[in-house]
Every structure is written in C-alpha cells, then in structure tokens.
Design a protein around this ligand. Structure first.
Ligand code: ATP
Ligand code: MG
Length: 593
C-alpha cells in the first residue's frame, strides 16, 4: 500500500519544502535558519494514561512524530503525563503504546513524568529557597475566594509571607505525611493581581494519599500538571512543546516556572486547535462514561472514535495518517466532517481491498432451467484494476441468494433491479429473468423462480441486448453463513457536545448505531478469512473480519464504511468546507517567540 508521502523520510522532507508549511512547521523552519537549537528539533507526545487514545490524539501524534521524522536532527519522545494517580492505569499505558506503534511511529525515548518526581521536588525546593513558593493552609474554597475574578484582583493569602525556612520545614513534612490530604498545598508566589488568572499564585503540589501505578506509595504529594509539564519538557531537552489551544493561557506559567528554576533549557510552547469531529465526542471523560455505563462494548467498540475502535472497524493506519494530513494544523478551532474521515478510509481501501460478494439479507433464487444438481466455476478477478490482488474461482449453481432489497414484486417506475418478468445481470455470471414469486402464508416472498440465458455467460448478451442492473449474489450450496455488523454514527446529532437544557450527551446516542445480521451469505473464499482480513462486498461497502466464533466457526464481519461518498458532495456544495483541509500558508510570527 502506498504510504502518505510525509511518511517517507528524505524524499518527503524535500517535497515538504515545496508544500506550504503550517504555522508550527514555519516556526521550526525559522528556528533552523537562525540556528536557535543548533538544528535540533525535539518534540514529544505527552498523553495522560487515563483513557484510550482517540482520533484527536492521532492528530497530535502525526504532528509531533511527523515533524521529528521530517527533520534531519528530529526526535520525538513518548511521555506519560502520570501525575494524577487516582485516574491512571497500566491498561491505558499499554494501549497507548500499542496505538502509537500501530500508527506507524517509533519514539526515540520513553518517559514517565513520575520518573521525574524527585527532580521536580528539588526544583520546588529551589523555588522555596528563592522565596518564590510557599506552603498555604487555606482550604480549597478559601483559595477560590481569594483568587478574585477577571474584573477584580485577588487577595494575598495570609500564608504568603512565610519564611523560606518555615516553608521548607512544612514542605518536607508534607512529603513525610504529617498532614492530611487537602490540608495544605505548595503555591507559586507570582502575582495575585495578574490579569491572567493562572498566574495568581497557582498550586504546584498537593497532598494526596493515593497509590500510583508506577511509584506505588512512595509519594504522598503530587506535582500539578503546569509544574510538571514544562520541567519534564526541559529535562528531556524538548525544543518545541506542542499542545492544544486550551493551554494558551497556561503558557505564561510554563514560562514562569522555567525562568525561575535552574531548568536545563527553555522549550517553546506552541498551541494548535484540537480536532473536533461531527457525530462523535472526543473527550476522554465522555468516552469513559460510554464505556463504563455499557453504552458501547468497550474502548475498541468499532463505533468509538478511539484508535483501537477505528482499527477494529477496519481503518488502516495509512488512512488515519492521510486524514490527519488532509485536515492540517491551524490555530482556529474547527469541526471536521466525519464524511472526510470516511472518504480517507474509502480512498485507502479502494486501492487494495479484494472485491468479493456477500449477501446481507438473503433471498433464495432457483434457476429453473439450470441443470439440476450441477455447478460450475467462474474465473473472476478480485480487483477491478489491480491484477496483483489475484482472482478466484467463483462457484455458480441453480440455487442462489440475492439481496432482498434487489427484488420488488410491484416496483415503482425507476426500480431497475429484479421484478417479475424483468431481466438483470448477475455479476460475472449470466442474465436471469424472474418468472415466479413464491410466498409463505403471510404473503412474504420466500423464493424467486428465474430462468437464465446460457448465452450470456460472463455478463454480456451476444445479441447486444442490455439490462439496467447488475446484482451481487452467491451460490446457495457453496455459500458460508456469516455474521455482519453494520454501523451508523454513534450520535444522531452533529454536535453531541452542544446539548439542550436538561439533556446529556448520552441522550443523543443513535439507537441504530449497531445492527447485527446473523444470517448473511458470503462466497466460499471467505470461509477461512482471519481477523483483520479486509474486502469489499460488492455494492455493500468495505468490510473486515472482526472475529471467528470459536464454537460455530462463523466469521463475523464489521462494515468499515459504505460505498456512498458524501464528502465529495459536501465539497461541491460548500465552497469553504468546515474542515479547512488547506492551511493558510503565510508565515506567522508566533506569540511565544
Ligand atoms: P481529552 O480532552 O480527550 O481528555 P486530553 O488533552 O486530556 O484529552 P491527553 O492525554 O492530555 O488528553 O492528550 C495528549 C496530547 O494529545 C496532548 O498534547 C493533547 O493536547 C493532544 N490532544 C488531545 N485531544 C486532542 C484533540 N482532540 N485534537 C488534537 N490533539 C489532542
Ligand atoms: Mg490533558
């Protein structure tokens, strides 16, 4: 399969120069020119191990690892931001590593913020000694009340002027476990009147008796995100610390901490807009809720926007990377249409997926003039344009299945498929004409009787007569029964984050998001298809094998995506699509410079 070009090291780097650069790559190019970091470019991907990664993280992964790969002296670390012991778990750590690898990237170094706890403690002591941090005994409510508002300055804590000696003594005893959880915190001494509220003496450490998945019970105090993140970046020699826009205000604190301790270097924080996608949610808190309340079948449920869900659904890493490249990187918040993601997976599978036949809702067809008990093998390609995908011998016989929806007894004018007296083509096989309709006592059609024209073998009539429809089918005696799972959007509304008053995002879950069909008929080639196998069921979409029922041997397929392309349509009707696939390429001066 062809890799997206940014995945191919040198050539892509050359090609990349031709392409317009996004604002982050522009900053990096400028830094390379001025020799700011001696040509070094070091990024990191810093997930908190409190959930599985989603497609939004994929955007960040492609950005951080992608930049490193494009640069001659580029590196990218994977760092677990594990400072909140209560919510973290090794299951998440393992899944995150698996997902990053699956995305096709390799980290240069693997780190855990918790490995820096001792170093961070020493930096905190430095601040205390320099009268830049103090132990505060206010309750969380009091801290809030003292903070002030956007319009009003805050009030100094009565503990703000404790001496370095007293602070050091208290901080040491906080660590030693002398005080109750929440009774004291260590705060930075910055400015209670700062217009940026984040600078109003932010908390740096809190007391928390919680078991940590790596440090166990060694620590009773835990550093806050804002203190940990910048110092971890600095300890790793990160040059460009890329994060999402909600941290824009935190940049002032990021810089303050690094300017006020003996940090080895001062990385530059750059913020980009996070990815939002229609018809889904991309917040770990909400995704956890879906999993824990059993509203989906786990983190890798194929309806989930998680990387593991997309993988199980049949998305390739290439398709996800391609999507990330198409949406680009910008500072303006936007919502990308799910149709674009589907477009990318379709584009990818179109190249490679074998075309086979599977009937989802079977209707029996008996060919009355076909020699009874006999069958034949039709030699068919597996791909319309790529002969390297191979071919197969497709069995045909006098008993077939076609799709129920391909027959109407009493069709409206524009229905060109099968109906009494009508002739249609069976893909790769023959023309057939419907002669009789068999029904059960309830009037339900149970079987069709048809005749075939042996002269039309291969799908063309020697007399030149035309038919208006080509149907997919499988030979009944040769068919395998399969289970097929069809998916729709997980939510019924474009933006489930924006809910009506009194409603919850979970109120908008699509009741039809999963439909299970247990009596599908697929061609015999698929009898031994293993999990992960991908194919197109002609006319029905792209599918992949989810699993094989160990008891019955039944193969279970997920529909990855239908064949209906809504994205091209959306693009045609909207001159400026919401997802802004192309970036504005004017080099911007970054505020953080
Ligand atoms: P969530 O809001 O889903 O809990 P998070 O930001 O708390 O996400 P982290 O584990 O801290 O999750 O994220 C790791 C990295 O991925 C961060 O740099 C974060 O900015 C980035 N990231 C998270 N969500 C998105 C998104 N939707 N689009 C782009 N980047 C994202
Ligand atoms: Mg986060």
């Amino acid at each position: 399969m062809a890799k997206p070009d940014h995945m191919e090291d040198k050539d892509a780097a050359e090609e990349g120069k031709e392409k317009s650069l996004d604002f982050i790559r522009t900053v990096i190019a400028q830094d390379n020119e001025t020799g700011k970091h001696a040509g070094r470019v070091a990024t990191r991907f810093p997930p908190e191990p409190n959930g599985y990664l989603h497609i939004g993280h994929a955007k960040s992964i492609c950005l951080n690892f992608g930049i490193a790969r494009e640069q001659e002296k580029g590196t990218c670390n994977l760092r677990f931001d594990d400072t909140n012991p209560a919510k973290e778990d090794v299951e998440y750590v393992d899944s995150i590593m698996e997902d990053v690898r699956w995305m096709g990237f390799k980290w240069d170094e693997l780190h855990y913020a918790s490995d820096y706890f001792e170093r961070l403690y020493e930096f905190a002591v430095e601040l205390i000694k320099a009268r830049k941090a103090y132990v505060c005994d206010l309750s969380p409510e009091e801290v809030r009340a003292y903070r002030g508002t956007l319009k009003e300055p805050g009030k100094n804590s009565p503990y703000r002027d404790r001496s370095p000696e007293e602070n050091l003594d208290l901080f040491t005893r906080m660590r030693a476990g002398e005080f109750a959880d929440g009774s004291r915190v260590l705060r930075a001494k910055i400015d209670m009147a700062a217009p940026n509220l984040i600078l109003r003496d932010p908390t740096l450490y809190r007391i928390r008796r919680a078991h940590h998945h790596r440090t166990g019970d060694a620590w009773l105090i835990y550093p806050m995100y804002d203190f940990t993140h910048c110092l971890s970046d600095s300890l790793e020699g990160i040059t460009h610390s890329i994060c999402t826009l909600e941290f824009e205000n935190n940049r002032a604190l990021y810089d303050w901490v690094l300017d006020n301790v003996s940090a080895p270097c001062h990385p530059q924080q750059l913020e980009f807009a996070r990815l939002n996608l229609t018809y889904t949610v991309l917040s770990k808190r909400k995704l956890i809720q879906l999993v824990e309340n059993g509203l989906v079948n786990g983190w890798d449920d194929p309806r989930m926007p998680t990387i593991s869900g997309l993988r199980r659904r049949g998305y390739s890493a290439g398709a996800v990377r391609n999507f990330c490249e198409k949406i680009g990187v910008a500072k303006r918040a936007s919502t990308v249409d799910m149709a674009l993601l589907e477009f990318c997976v379709r584009e990818d599978l179109n190249e490679t997926a074998p075309r086979v036949m599977g009937v989802l809702n079977p209707l029996k067809v008996v060919i009355t003039n076909y020699p009874e008990g006999e069958s034949e093998e039709l030699d068919c390609p597996l791909h319309p344009t790529d002969p390297s995908v191979g071919g197969r011998a497709l069995p045909f016989s006098g008993e077939l299945y076609i799709e129920q929806e391909d027959f109407m007894e009493d069709p409206p004018k524009k229905f060109f498929r099968l109906s009494p007296g009508k002739e249609v083509r069976l893909r790769y096989a023959y023309f057939i004409t419907c002669t009789d309709v068999i029904k059960d006592e309830n009037g339900q059609v149970t079987e069709l009787r048809c005749t075939y024209d042996p002269a039309t073998k291969g799908g063309d009539a020697p007399d030149g007569r035309k038919v208006k429809a080509t149907l997919h089918w499988v030979s009944a005696p040769h068919a395998c029964t399969a289970e097929v799972r069809l998916y729709e959007h997980l939510f019924t509304v474009e933006n489930p984050n924006d809910v009506e008053e009194g409603k919850e995002f979970t109120d908008y879950i699509n009741p039809n998001s999963l439909q299970i069909l247990r009596d599908c008929k697929v061609e015999p080639l698929l009898a031994n298809a293993a999990p992960g196998y991908q194919c197109q069921f002609e006319r029905m979409g792209y599918f992949c094998v989810d699993s094989v029922n160990p008891e019955t041997g039944t193969v279970v397929f997920n529909r990855t995506v239908t064949l209906r392309d809504q994205w091209t349509k959306i693009q045609k009707t909207q001159p400026a699509p919401k997802s802004q696939p192309k970036q504005d390429n004017k080099p911007k001066k970054n505020k953080g410079n």
